[in-house]
Design a protein around this ligand. Structure first.
Ligand code: SF4
Ligand code: SF4
Length: 282
């Protein structure tokens, strides 16, 4: 089963939920293998809580076009086919913009003069490790790199297909989020009871309904703010599966990179019940 932990906005505690869910269900007999994929490749931080021992590290590349000007006839086909303005033909010149290229290969495939070859451009690094029985994979995007979906794909490709996979999804509702959540059996949306939390929750709910992925909500810092998230969930018939109140001890543990279930072991049972609820909804 693949469970995505997402949120419409950053800073709601989705990494906290993802890592503590994994630590609570490992070695409980729920599945032979538990793995966490940190797909928040622009700012991965699940490793801070899981503290994995990394056993593998490899670069991730994106194939981008390189033009052979000896062969090029400046026909313009490559510029016409590119949906991302990553290659442009201007008079007797072909300009390429590797940082815009999605590596789809259309230009090299359709070049009538066979003048385009693909060369590798490194966009990040993939690391694989283990943490107390949890298999861990994350991607680290190169600084200033915008092309995160191919790295997210690489993280997901490195995952095993068995057991329970928990995906820490990037915040928001844009392409990297869709890349991370697609294929999930369930998505838990972590939010907070504030106007910003509600606004971004609504956007995330709309996205998941389009993707037809079953989902529920977890409310972090549930005792601050207002009741509008609760009211919205009742109106939309959305299950609130967990509420985590504001707790100074938890905040201190979080700031030190200590998992919630290590600081307060009584929370393990609540995360196990969360998995039971998700199982019932899938
Ligand atoms: S499609 Fe090929 S031949 Fe035509 S302009 Fe592009 S690189 Fe040159
Ligand atoms: S590989 Fe695809 S995205 Fe990249 S330049 Fe060619 S057509 Fe555009």
């Amino acid at each position: 089963m693949i469970i995505s932990i997402a949120s419409g906005k950053g800073g709601t505690g989705k990494t906290m939920v993802a890592t503590n869910l994994a630590l609570s269900i490992v070695r409980t007999g729920y599945a032979l293998s538990i793995q966490v994929l940190d797909c928040d490749v622009e700012e991965p931080n699940a490793h801070i809580f899981l503290k994995p021992r990394m056993t593998e590290s490899r670069p991730v590349y994106l194939p981008v076009p390189q033009v052979d000007f000896e062969r090029c006839t400046y026909c313009g086909k490559c510029g016409e086919v590119c949906q991302f303005s990553a290659i442009a033909v201007i008079k007797k010149n072909v300009l390429t913009f590797p940082e815009l290229c999605h590596g789809c290969g259309a230009c090299s495939l359709l070049c009538p003069a066979d003048a385009i070859t693909e060369v590798d451009r490194q966009i990040g690094v993939l690391e694989i490790g283990q943490s107390n029985g949890v298999r861990f994979i994350h991607g680290i995007l190169e600084i200033s790199e915008a092309m995160s979906p191919p790295l997210i794909k690489a993280v997901k490709r490195a995952a095993h297909n068995s057991g329970i996979t928990i995906i820490d999804v990037p915040p928001g509702t844009s392409c990297p989020v869709i890349e991370a959540v697609k294929g999930s059996d369930f998505c838990l949306l972590v939010t907070e009871p504030t106007p910003f939390g509600l606004n971004d929750l609504i956007l995330a709910v709309e996205m998941l309904r389009i993707l037809e992925i079953p989902f529920g909500v977890a409310v972090n810092r549930s005792d601050v703010g207002d009741n509008k998230v609760d009211d919205y969930c009742i109106k939309e018939d959305i299950s609130i599966l967990m509420k985590i109140p504001m707790d100074r001890d938890l905040a201190v543990a979080y700031s030190r990179g200590t998992p919630l279930v290590a600081a307060k072991p009584e929370w393990k049972g609540k995360f196990v019940r969360l998995l039971d609820d998700i199982n019932r909804m899938v």
